[in-house]
Ligand binder design. Structure first.
Ligand SMILES: [Zn+2]
Length: 464
């Protein structure tokens, strides 16, 4: 890598290009091409989410991409929130359309007219669906692959419940799902209840999960929303209870995007390139045969590969003739492959492999028990990455007791805050930090760092 991770922005762009995750040269701003390696990482994330949602009895659906102006304008607060971000389709061929169509920015207005038809009685509840589709938002700010794009790889879950309390419980389940995902990704974001002026358009409240990035800024990587009956009132989503009374449903949503990849590569990478958490790595172990390669070595490599595959590992043999082993080592390190097996004549002779861990360290392991040995190495790598990401969080986190502390650059500051916008505005203007909201689950209280009124623990940071 030419750029050190200390120059995060340059490092990030370089790794996207070099590791061939995304091609930024597509001629439409904010729309990039998913390259095979990047797409595979995303698919591994999606697969884990799918498994988790399916096991909790959510049903996967796929709604149309286009939403009519009529569907959209049902819920005004929601539409106002997205007004400037919509892409419109106004012509079919050369004919202007009678009904203008928008590309979905998110799918409330696509799904809820259908929910209104699907839900009749309490027996239809809870209704719980999700989809993984592309959404479109006309971003005017500077775009950046996986962080700010106009065509978004989007996961969205939508539910409808008989009572507000059931919807509250749903939010708890979302939190469990999200935290489990992050644990597998070996990162630990912070949950915040967004201030009212920053919640999702149409939501009663929003809880967002913010990852601390190596630049000291935070990246919102997941959100869950309590809608109450804000949407069901407008889309007429109601059910008949046991007495035959008509009640509006309470609704929730849960959203995530390819920002998960942005967090994954940024938090774990180093000056040599990517380091992929083993569960998401397209290649978990790369085998590099060391010349001279003869038929005996080829057969040995093949045997090791098939043994590993029988354990379910994703294995690749780099048998390219025209590159030196040294070149191959650097190349796979840059691409973040967690483990490399080097196999030369010595290894063939004593029936072993030399294992090199992407997080550091070299071991000789016997080929006889290769599957279990690799499992142990992977656990070791996961532990190292978990520790490193938690250390990074601590490095940027700063508890602030006086206003001057907030001004320290590249820190994610916690301070007591009263919840008023003018206090948060003052922090934004004078300390150049955004209010992420109250720390979810924190019971700590104290005087607001701006006005001295009673406050609760909140976070202020520069955001992406
Ligand atoms: Zn205040």
């Amino acid at each position: 890598m030419e750029n050190s991770k200390d120059n995060f922005s340059e490092w990030y762009t370089e790794i996207i290009d070099k590791a061939e995750l995304s091609d930024r040269r597509y001629p439409i701003k904010g729309m990039n091409v998913w390259l095979p390696y990047g797409l595979k990482i995303m698919q591994n994330i999606d697969a884990l989410i799918r498994r988790e949602m399916d096991s909790r009895n959510f049903k996967e659906v796929s709604f149309p991409l286009l939403i009519s102006r009529e569907q959209l304008e049902v819920e005004f607060e929601h539409v106002r929130g997205f007004g400037d971000q919509l892409f419109w389709v106004t012509k079919g061929g050369s004919e202007p359309l009678d009904i203008e169509l928008a590309l979905r920015p998110t799918s409330e207005s696509a799904m809820y007219p259908m929910f209104s038809l699907w839900i009749r009685t309490h027996a239809d509840l809870p209704l719980r669906v999700y989809q993984i589709v592309n959404t479109f938002r006309y971003e005017t700010k500077h775009t950046r692959p996986f962080i700010r794009v106009r065509e978004i790889h989007f996961f969205e879950a939508h539910t409808a419940h008989a009572t507000y309390d059931d919807a509250e419980n749903q939010l708890k389940e979302y939190t469990d799902v999200f935290m489990k995902l992050c644990e597998t990704m070996l990162i630990s974001p912070i949950a915040h209840r967004r201030p009212d002026w920053d919640k999702f358009p149409g939501a009663r409240y929003t809880i967002a999960f913010d990852a601390i990035m190596p630049s000291g800024r935070t990246l919102q990587i997941g959100t869950i929303h309590q809608y109450g009956d804000n949407f069901s009132r407008h889309y007429d989503i109601a059910y008949a209870d046991e007495q035959g009374n008509r009640n509006l449903v309470s609704q929730t949503t849960y959203g995530m995007s390819e920002r998960l990849i942005a967090a994954l590569i940024s938090i774990h990478g180093d000056n040599n390139g990517l380091i992929l958490p083993p569960k998401f790595a397209p290649i978990q172990v790369v085998i590099v045969p060391i010349p001279p390669v003869d038929d005996i070595m080829r057969a040995y490599v093949e045997k090791v590969k098939s043994d590993l595959e029988s354990y379910g590992f994703r294995v690749h043999v780099d048998d390219r003739d025209n590159y030196t082993p040294g070149y191959k080592y650097n190349d796979w390190e840059m691409r973040g492959v967690p483990v490399r097996f080097e196999i030369g004549n010595r290894e063939v002779r004593d029936s072993s492999v030399t294992a090199v861990l992407r997080t550091g360290g070299k071991r000789k392991i016997p080929a006889s028990d290769i599957g279990n040995a690799l499992s142990a190495l992977i656990l070791e790598i996961e532990e190292k990455l978990r520790e490193a990401s938690s250390n990074m969080n601590s490095r940027f986190a700063m508890k602030c007791s006086k206003f001057e502390d907030l001004k320290k650059e590249n820190t994610v500051s916690t301070a007591f805050w009263c919840g008023r916008k003018d206090c948060s505005d003052k922090i934004e203007t004078d300390a150049d930090k955004n209010c992420l909201g109250f720390v979810e689950g924190s019971a700590k209280s104290g005087k607001c760092i701006v006005c001295d009124e009673p406050g609760k623990e909140a976070t202020f940071a520069k955001t992406y």
